[in-house]
Ligand binder design. Structure first.
Ligand code: SF4
Ligand code: SF4
Length: 184
């Protein structure tokens, strides 16, 4: 399905300047989505920048980037990985054989194998979005480092954030067109 068929374009903005690495987003996701002990739908990365003595640390809350040109979708042999509402990338568990082709194709290591045999990852909490709430990680973050919304709506919080702050994309050279933007 072509992405232009979606009226909304769901995306997330992650402000690394606000993130303290407390892992609340990880725990909120685990609790909300019943993520098993061996898996993660989101995780924290810390990266040291600069050269001594001028060092700084970037802390990022990462997850599936819901790429607009997603290699996991292209490489899934059964159609289980697909584009869905708002241009998000979702996995149809009933079609997933657990072959791991999507895991090999994803440059961001965003997927894991669920103990029940299918591949799992962040869904942008679509079950919550459908009810008018935000994602569990956004609502749980104590420093307001995360924001979720519709990039096609110029009045949305994320559209304003990106208008005011040039964002960073992770591994743009992969050509995946990720929809998780980092403010640095
Ligand atoms: Fe697929 Fe990985 Fe992109 Fe998520 S981050 S849409 S799993 S390629
Ligand atoms: Fe987890 Fe939902 Fe946040 Fe994705 S959006 S990382 S599923 S809490």
């Amino acid at each position: 399905m072509l992405l232009k068929n979606f009226r909304k374009r769901y995306a997330m903005v992650m402000d690394t300047r606000r993130c303290v690495g407390c892992q609340t987003c990880v725990l909120a996701c685990k609790a909300e989505n019943g993520v098993p002990l061996n898996g993660y739908r989101d995780w924290i990365v810390t990266e040291t920048k600069g050269e001594f003595p001028h060092l700084s640390m970037e802390i990022r809350s990462e997850r599936c980037m819901h790429c607009s040109n997603a290699p996991c979708v292209t490489n899934c042999p059964t159609g289980a990985s697909h584009y869905a509402k708002g241009g998000t990338v979702q996995v149809d568990r009933s079609l997933c054989t657990g072959c791991k082709a999507c895991i090999a194709a994803c440059p961001y290591e965003a997927r894991y194998v669920h103990p029940d045999g299918y591949v799992d990852k962040c869904t942008f909490c679509m079950h919550r979005i459908d009810k008018g709430a935000s994602t569990a990680c956004v609502e749980g973050c104590p420093t307001k480092a995360l924001a979720f919304g519709d990039l096609n709506d110029p009045a949305s919080e994320i559209a304003k954030l990106l208008h005011e702050n040039p964002p960073k994309l992770l591994r743009p050279e992969e050509g995946t067109e990720p929809n998780l933007y980092f403010l640095v």
